[in-house]
Design a protein around this ligand. Structure first.
Ligand code: ZN
Ligand code: ZN
Ligand code: ZN
Length: 257
């Protein structure tokens, strides 16, 4: 099912270091164009007053304050690299007294890794003090949340895997270096594709800009936003070289369907 209105906010569009990169004095890191200031990758999807967060990025607290987000009702994880998960502790303010734990969803490998790496949250014996209350759910097929159909899209991420997610007309594919054929069929008739495009030079675990544009052409989305950007990308300068339907995403950008 697709609700009548879906709002998506790009909370973060930067690679794992964030941009500016601490200690770097390149023109993009010193830029005053706020579109070159990129926190770690995350997306917020809002439907019918419910907020679904994709990943708990390292910069989650900053993103929540910047976008004035007052509640998080569920979290979907793409994979468990540090830049996508280490903000997990910042979910605590959204655990309301007496309310159920916040449901979080991840693929099977990610579920075991989350359970193993965050024993202070999920371990029976170590739990103490003020820590997030989360219920961990494994996903391996499309499911529904708050009236919204969510399709997990398996992706190749270097030697590993990640999950993209499709919500009606929008697909969010961060952290990928290839899209398996079986996933391509899940991406037909998209209005907006958000896809990893780290930098101009090739990288073993991420699409570079040329690779992302090629994948976007194969998918045939009406509009494509490039994300997980490094400090090689100067928003204004390099936007000029992009095809008409492709643009660089920036922090705080909103998409409404
Ligand atoms: Zn990443
Ligand atoms: Zn730099
Ligand atoms: Zn990654």
């Amino acid at each position: 099912m697709t609700p009548s209105r879906i709002e998506a906010t790009l909370l973060g569009t930067g690679t794992s270091t964030g941009i500016p990169v601490p200690g770097c004095d390149c023109p993009v890191c010193l830029s005053t164009d706020r579109r070159n200031n990129r926190t770690r990758c995350s997306l917020l999807v809002s439907v019918a007053d419910r907020n679904i967060l994709i990943d708990t990025a390292t910069d989650l607290r900053q993103q929540l304050l910047r976008e004035k987000i007052s509640h998080v009702d569920a979290v979907l994880y793409t994979h468990t690299h540090a830049d996508h998960i280490h903000g997990i502790d910042d979910l605590r303010p959204f655990n309301k007294t007496g309310a159920e734990p916040i449901p979080i969803f991840a693929g099977s490998d990610a579920t075991s890794s989350i359970r193993k790496n965050f024993t202070y949250i999920f371990g029976n014996s170590e739990r103490s003090g003020y820590c997030p209350r989360l219920s961990l759910n494994e996903i391996n097929a499309p499911f529904e949340l708050f009236g919204l159909s969510i399709i997990p899209i398996p992706l190749t991420h270097g030697n590993g895997q990640s999950l993209g997610f499709r919500f009606g007309p929008i697909a969010y594919l961060t952290d990928c270096s290839a899209i398996p054929e079986t996933s391509m069929v899940l991406l037909e008739n998209l209005e907006v594709l958000v896809i990893d495009a780290l930098r101009f030079r090739p990288h073993a675990s991420h699409f570079n800009i040329a690779g992302a544009i090629e994948a976007a052409e194969q998918i045939g989305a009406t509009r494509t936003l490039l994300t997980h950007l490094s400090h090689e990308v100067d928003h204004a300068k390099h936007s000029e070289g992009l095809p008409e339907s492709v643009e660089f995403a920036y922090d705080g950008q909103k998409l409404i369907f």
